[in-house]
Design a binder for this molecule. Sequence first.
Ligand SMILES: [Zn+2]
Length: 249
Amino acid sequence: MVIVSACCIERVNGNEAQEYIVCLLCGFDHCLDRCQSFVRNSSACLQKTDPVTNLLHEPAVALTFDDGPNFRYTPQVLDILYEQQVPATFFLVGQKLSRNGPLIKEMVSSGHEIGSHTFSHTDLTTLNIQQIQQEIHKTEKELKKILPNYTLQYLRPPYGRYNENLEQATDLDLVLWTVDSWDWGNPDADKIYNTVMCAIKGGDTIVFHDDNPETVKALKRIIAELKARDFQFVTVSQMYELEQDHPMQ
Ligand SMILES: [Zn+2]
């Protein structure tokens, strides 16, 4: 079933004009060249129907960063977020915390949110419940040394892999993503930009990695374009609040 409108528009990104196509069902636009087959898939498009987008005046997006902190690139990411006055959520690797205390304090004092990305970035589905809890508790302990009053609420399992053991092992909320920037696959900044902007819609949570120089290069441009499309930027907590305020019909 084809559920894509024939409504094509042109938008100008920098100097290059790109064709977009708008889905009549979900109302989201997609870069024509890369996403046409995707939006023609009815089930995929139904999944993209998002209550947050449809009910808000401005669509919301959550920028998230995994695998840090990184002493070289995380400060650059923080600088861009500060310049742009945009909040984000950082999923931190526990074993990297002790040597990056000032950076982590800066994240929180700047209004960003932090979550756990386990202690050693292990695939949690390979561990038993006790081992999973060690990964989580060691991270919490390291964070308490830096931010004694901060309580972790979210866990992003490495590689997005989770199972029943993990759900039993922790009360932390598991947070995945809806848009993968694919910045872990060694692409250049242009490719990261195109991947994100091709897929983005309101209500999305984008995963980036703040240990990647190409991500830093792409970030400013991505934020600028999202602002031009009237997105509002939220943390993971704020996105959950929006979803609760506007539950699925
Ligand atoms: Zn990771």
